[in-house]
Design a protein around this ligand. Structure first.
Ligand SMILES: *Cc1c(COP(=O)(O)O)cnc(C)c1O
Length: 403
């Protein structure tokens, strides 16, 4: 009978990749593979995302400086693809007031990470989720009287008072009470003894697109608060997302809800120099060949070489969340200090890059898709979408490495 030999797997690095930073970044990957592969050396991942936690803290400091009030760090969608638990742990050490999440599952993940910071649910809740929300004292925002009544019933049954925020729809059209009749609604809510109306919030639909509308919306929010009894009536008053924080004064608000800017991207491009990209998406060259003129590259042969072309194949594709739609829009990657154009269509696991005009690019060379040297905003523009979608679309196959 064969005996099982247990060896610690090692990563074999190609020479240009054998940098200390890369080795550190890949340790987590090695650990994760140790459980499934005892006998053979493991190769490095084809695609990974380096997450710079120092940059994250620096971006939080910018948000604080810009507004000078308390922060609800928005960490929905796995902290915009950066990994919810690590990001929450890092930000919790910076004394933020709340984490903003999309659903109960994300709230649980934060608690499982051992983080005790208050949690705010950014959208409406299902009835089936409310018992847990009350039991764990997470903070919902209310959009309807029915929601409020059920939270009240559950809180009374437990003998607690649940802190809730009143969501007001001042133009987003996604949730919250509309402004008409709000004073009467608030009066009714205040009669529910299981609830404490601790805060009031609203959301900006176009702070990065329409300054005039946003200014009017902000003024309207202040008027609403006045009509409800004034700022002192609410412990927390919040309206601004990243664009609101960077581009506008706070007014009556004492809490802001930054998402994107924490991850180093400014929705108003003029503020980009103040921020540092947190995620750098990387891959490696897996193959380099010279193709003759007149040779098609990738599916559909959307690109055909017009000269003898050094083509590097890179181990990342839309299966990792890199958008296929950049194909044909002049998208580039970054290798060792230079940009190189992507050729033809991005495939599921691989893409091709023209390295003819640079110095010799060796197999195994590290490739940056976006991040430190190449703005993700460029990738989003080439893909005709927004940065939020690119970041949250990076798939689980991409190993997140924290430093
Ligand atoms: C997502 C979200 C934010 C954060 O928006 P950014 O533009 O990423 O800063 C803030 N508030 C609410 C209600 C959200 O849903």
């Amino acid at each position: 009978m064969a005996t099982v030999r247990r060896v610690t797997p090692t990563i074999r690095f190609c020479e240009p990749c054998n940098r200390r930073e890369t080795r550190l970044a890949l340790r987590a990957w090695q650990d994760s593979l140790a459980r499934v592969n005892d006998d053979f050396p493991v190769s490095p991942p084809r695609a990974w995302a380096e997450i710079d936690l120092t940059a994250l803290r620096a971006n939080l400091a910018v948000a604080r400086q810009a507004c000078g009030v308390a922060v609800m760090a928005v960490v929905k969608a796995g902290a915009y693809g950066h990994g919810l638990e690590e990001i929450a742990k890092t930000l919790a050490a910076e004394e933020i007031a709340f984490f903003g999440v999309a659903n109960v599952r994300e709230a649980r993940q934060i608690r499982h990470a051992g983080v005790a910071t208050r949690i705010y649910l950014l959208g409406p809740t299902w009835s089936a989720e409310r018992e847990e929300i009350v039991a764990r004292e997470w903070t919902p925002c209310l959009s309807s009287f029915e929601e409020a009544q059920e939270f009240n019933r559950l809180a009374v049954a437990r003998g607690v008072r649940l802190k809730v925020h009143l969501a007001v729809d001042t133009g987003m059209g996604r949730g919250g009470f509309v402004a008409e009749g709000l004073p009467a609604t608030l009066a009714a809510l205040e009669r529910l003894e299981g609830l404490e109306i601790e805060g009031i919030g609203s959301h900006l639909p176009s702070a990065d697109e329409d300054e005039e509308f946003t200014r009017r919306q902000m003024a309207r929010f202040e008027t609403i608060i006045d009509e409800l009894g004034g700022a002192a009536r609410f412990r927390w008053r919040h309206l601004s997302n990243s664009a609101g924080i960077l581009g506008y004064a706070n007014g009556v608000c004492n809490l802001v809800r930054p998402g994107l800017m924490l991850y180093g991207i400014a929705p108003l491009p003029g503020f980009q120099p103040q921020l540092r990209a947190v995620m750098t998406l990387k891959s490696r060259v897996t193959l380099v060949r010279t193709l003759p003129a007149g040779h098609g590259v990738s599916y559909g042969r959307a690109f055909v070489t017009t000269r003898p072309t050094r083509v590097a194949t890179v181990g990342i594709g839309y299966g990792d969340g890199y958008p296929r739609h950049v194909s044909g829009h002049g998208a580039e990657v970054w290798i060792d200090g230079r940009r190189y154009p992507i050729l033809g269509r991005v495939t599921m696991d691989q893409m091709m890059v023209d390295v003819t005009d640079g110095p010799d690019v060796p197999e195994g060379a590290e490739v940056e898709l976006f991040g430190q040297h190449l703005p993700v905003a460029e990738v989003a523009a080439n893909a005709q979408t927004i940065v939020w979608e690119i970041l949250t679309g990076i798939t689980p196959r991409v190993q997140r490495c924290y430093r």
